[in-house]
Design a protein around this ligand. Structure first.
Ligand code: G3I
Length: 385
């Protein structure tokens, strides 16, 4: 390839813009440049979608997602509160739409998630007479939920985030003091993974968390998973969510995390990638959904658009990140973006509500950004080619 980087990006831009505009999702042309084809010999490239993007209400977004991505994670609709809102009531209607969409478009479906401290109804942790549930009651509830949900999607889900965000963000304890841990004890993870394996022996089982590029949390994660492996708990992979910003974490820390998990002999997945471009004051990389920062107009500078110099910065950051992923392509099985486009990103509401963020590869008008082309270019120049 004798084209300069800028010329190559211009060529890619014209090909892909026409793909975004004219082609139909049902007939993806394997010769045109898409993320899913560019990385097909490296790893799956996934996207988290919402209901309107898979049920036809936002058809344009759905077509772009199907064309560009080879894996799909429901952003919210497989969480406990969506699937199992009341003790005797499961509701699979919303989540089934994702399974249909994934099947129709040849995308791997990722189940997110089975056990989390957030988005879980209060009744789950309550026993009789308003008292907290006992260990036995909660284990039984966990078993029923996992068997029913994993059983329902058996053969349709490639892998499950079995336990999400169990590690603490500080203090002496390895685990977060969630209701799961308080009521069942530290072995709640072992039980969750065993129930999931019983329900679908073919599905891959993952531990998923954020901030694993932090030295303390990475070491704790390794300790946690080593213990599980020693106890013969069935686990196949670790998902590092990867809610990054423009400067942090450093390339070195990103790489150390991938290597540390690969050294455990497990599959490594990047499960929720995005790059926050807005100013932040709190602990970077801490994606705890309950964390809030004080609103301030200075913290929301790009309401009128995303300037060229920032587009370039974001494109370079994504190129840096994908350079690392490609270097570790033999350990990484999937890289999933947390959202299709800037307009639907959770980062417009976190850690301050109502801001205008620009963290993804596709903008609010569903047009590819320079960052899209820098990632595409990385894929087209992958060592696998
Ligand atoms: O569905 C209701 C809607 O009926 C209501 O009108 C609206 C009003 O606020 O809220 C809607 O629910 C929101 C839901 O997203 C769907 O949009 C919840 O309030 C909101 O808390 C929820 O946020 C999600 C968050 O997880 C909590 O579940 C984000 O979209 C989702 O991106 C985020 O994803 C998490 C991963 O699961 C785990 N890792 C961190 C990641 C980012 O926090």
């Amino acid at each position: 390839m004798f084209l300069t980087d800028r010329k190559l990006i211009l060529v890619l831009t014209s090909v892909v813009v026409s793909v975004f505009q004219s082609a139909t999702a049902e007939e993806p042309d394997k010769n045109t440049a898409t993320l899913r084809s560019a990385f097909k010999d490296d790893f799956l490239v996934g996207v988290a979608l919402n209901t309107a993007q898979v049920d036809g209400r936002n058809a344009n977004a759905g077509e772009i997602a199907a064309r560009q991505f080879s894996a799909l994670t429901p952003e919210n609709d497989m969480k406990w509160q969506s699937l199992h809102p009341q003790p005797d009531r499961y509701d699979f209607k919303g989540a089934d739409a994702y399974a249909d969409f994934a099947e129709k478009h040849g995308m791997a479906l990722i189940g997110h998630n089975l056990i989390w401290h957030s988005q879980t109804p209060r009744w789950v942790f309550q026993g009789a007479d308003g008292k907290p549930a006992t260990r036995e009651e909660l284990l039984k509830r966990m078993e029923d939920h996992i068997h029913t949900v994993v059983g329902h999607f058996k053969g349709k889900v490639k892998g499950w985030d079995v336990v999400n965000e169990a590690l603490s963000d500080g203090g002496p304890d390895l685990l977060r003091d969630s209701p799961w841990r308080k009521i069942i004890g530290d072995d709640f993870l072992d039980h969750a993974f065993r129930f999931a394996r019983e329900a679908d022996p073919q599905a891959e089982l993952y531990y998923n968390d954020y901030g694993l590029e932090n030295e303390r949390k990475r070491a704790n994660c390794v300790k946690l998973i080593k213990g599980m492996l020693e106890r013969k708990v069935p686990i196949d992979g670790i998902g590092t969510q990867s809610h990054f910003n423009l400067n942090q974490p450093s390339p070195g820390e990103i790489e150390k995390t991938i290597q540390a998990f690969a050294d455990l002999g497990l599959k490594v997945m990047i499960t929720e990638l995005d790059v926050d471009i807005l100013p932040g004051r709190g602990p970077q990389g801490n994606a705890d959904i309950n964390r809030r920062e004080q609103a301030d107009p200075a913290a929301n500078p790009y309401t009128g658009g995303f300037p060229d110099d920032m587009q370039e910065k974001l494109a370079r950051r994504y190129a840096e990140i994908f350079g690392i992923y490609l270097k570790h392509r033999r350990s990484i099985t999937r890289v999933t973006f947390w959202g299709l486009d800037d307009g639907t990103s959770w980062l417009n509401g976190f850690p301050i509500r109502g801001r205008t963020n620009h963290p993804l590869l596709i903008d609010r008008q569903l047009k590819p950004k320079p960052a899209f082309f820098s990632v595409l270019k990385a894929g087209m120049e992958s060592p696998a080619k």
